[in-house]
Structures are given as structure tokens and as C-alpha cells.
Design a protein around this ligand. Structure first.
Ligand code: HEM
Length: 224
């Protein structure tokens, strides 16, 4: 070998941030949720209003649990980083359900078996703050990303006016959604997690996607 041969490259690749690692490790699960038959019907504007309403009702049970556990963990050093009162979705879901089902909506909805399983897992996260972050990320980052497509498609498909029926997807209090997403990723990156907690958060996010996909599959069997 000549003395002038190129020196081996010693530069390390730029370190991946935690939010990048989380997204990369879970994107295949996202793809499965995104391309599910029920989601496809929704995105194609082909889901019945009854099917859409059933989805909103199942969201209601999941967000009641998410926001209840979030309040319990508001002072936790990890989960409390994601205490964003401006993300709260339960009041919007209540308004959507009143619009879709009428004043007696509470008597007309119940959780499906898949939703009961999902809610039970969210509730277990009261004792696992990093796992709570996983569930928070899976839902709210999805709502401020792909959820914005659903808002437009549903408003058109079901002739909703003034966001009645899609209030769940309206995040006016957040201002710019791209900026919000950047700030959210910065919070993920600033978490002081050891490797075991980081790996748990990633694994729990994969489970959160799977539980969401099962809720959609169940809805698909009933409505799509
Ligand atoms: C309905 C069909 C869906 C569409 C069209 C969609 C689309 C998208 C898009 C365009 C992004 C932004 C990607 C980026 O920032 O590079 C995104 C991000 C995300 N979506 Fe979805 N999505 C859908 C369903 C879902 C579902 C069912 C969930 C979970 C229950 C979900 C959770 C997420 C999360 C957590 C992110 C943030 C990923 C990150 O940047 O770390 N999405 N989605």
C-alpha cells in the first residue's frame, strides 16, 4: 500500500437525536396504522358518517384516559414535560359528539373491546411516566400531523361547517403546527432518560401504534 493512501475515515456520523431515533424505530408501525382499510376509507372520503362518528366516540374514551393520566403525572420530571393544557382534546370531542349524536350522546356510546384494552394500557402508564410519553406522542403528534388531512377530508365528506364535527382536529391555541412539532421534538430530545427508559418509551410507542391499529381494525369490521 502506498504511503499516500487515503487515511481511513474517523469522523463519526452525526449523532441521531432521540426524536429521530423514536420516529425511525416506529415509522413502520405508523405506516401500518396509516394504510389500514378503515383509515383508507376515511382518507378516500368513503367512510359513512356512522363510521366516522363511531371513530370519534372511540377517541373520546382514549382521550379521557390520556388526559386523566396526564393530570396525575403533571409534576413528574419526565411525563410533566408534556403537560400541554392547550392540547386538551376532551372538550372538543364532547362538542363533536353532541353535534354528531345529539344532546344524549353520552348514553349512545360505549368503548369497543379494542378500546377497552387500549384505555387499560394508558391507565397502567400512571406508574410508567416514560410509557405515558409514548402514548402522548403517538396520539397528539399524529393529530397535529396526519390529523390535519382528516380534518379537511371529513369536513368535505360530511358537509360540516364551522368545524362542527371536526373540532377534535382544530388546534388554534397552538399557533403554527410545524413550530409546535419542532418544539415537541425538542422536548423529547431534552428528556433525561437512561437507555432502559429510552428503549421502553420506543417499545411502548410501537405498542401504542398497535393498539390504535386494533381499534381501527375493530371499527373497520363494524363500519368500513
Ligand atoms: C390517517 C392517516 C394518516 C396520515 C395521512 C398520516 C400522516 C402523517 C404525516 C404526513 C406525518 C408527518 C411526518 C413528518 O413529520 O415527517 C405524520 C406524523 C405522525 N403521525 Fe401520522 N398519519 C396518519 C395516521 C396516523 C395514526 C393512525 C397515528 C397514530 C395513532 C399517527 C401518528 C403519527 C405520529 C406520532 C407522527 C409524528 C412522527 C414524528 O414526526 O415523530 N398517524 N403522520
Amino acid at each position: 500500500m502506498s504511503a499516500t493512501a487515503e487515511a481511513p475515515t474517523t469522523a463519526e456520523p452525526a449523532a441521531e437525536t432521540f426524536s429521530e431515533r423514536l420516529k425511525a424505530a416506529t415509522w413502520s408501525d405508523h405506516t401500518r396504522a396509516e394504510h389500514h382499510g378503515f383509515t383508507k376509507a376515511l382518507l378516500d372520503g368513503e367512510l359513512s358518517l356512522e363510521g366516522y362518528t363511531a371513530m370519534v366516540a372511540q377517541h373520546y374514551f382514549a382521550y379521557v384516559a390520556l388526559e386523566r393520566v396526564g393530570r396525575i403525572l403533571a409534576d413528574d420530571p419526565v411525563a410533566g414535560r408534556f403537560d400541554y393544557p392547550e392540547l386538551e382534546r376532551v372538550p372538543a370531542l364532547e362538542a363533536d359528539l353532541a353535534h354528531l349524536l345529539g344532546a344524549d350522546w353520552r348514553d349512545r356510546i360505549s368503548p369497543t373491546p379494542a378500546t377497552r384494552t387500549y384505555v387499560a394500557r394508558i391507565e397502567q402508564m400512571t406508574d410508567h411516566p416514560a410509557g405515558f410519553v409514548a402514548h402522548h406522542y403517538t396520539r397528539y403528534m399524529g393529530d397535529v400531523s396526519g390529523g390535519q388531512f382528516i380534518r379537511r377530508i371529513a369536513a368535505k365528506a360530511y358537509d360540516f361547517t364551522d368545524d362542527a364535527g371536526v373540532a377534535f382536529y382544530v388546534f388554534d391555541a397552538l399557533g403554527s403546527l410545524p413550530k409546535f412539532r419542532t418544539g415537541y421534538r425538542e422536548r423529547l430530545d431534552s428528556l433525561d432518560l437512561d437507555e432502559a427508559a429510552a428503549a421502553f418509551l420506543i417499545q411502548e410507542t410501537r405498542l401504542a401504534y398497535q393498539l390504535n391499529t386494533e381499534v381501527l381494525a375493530d371499527l373497520g369490521r363494524r363500519h368500513a
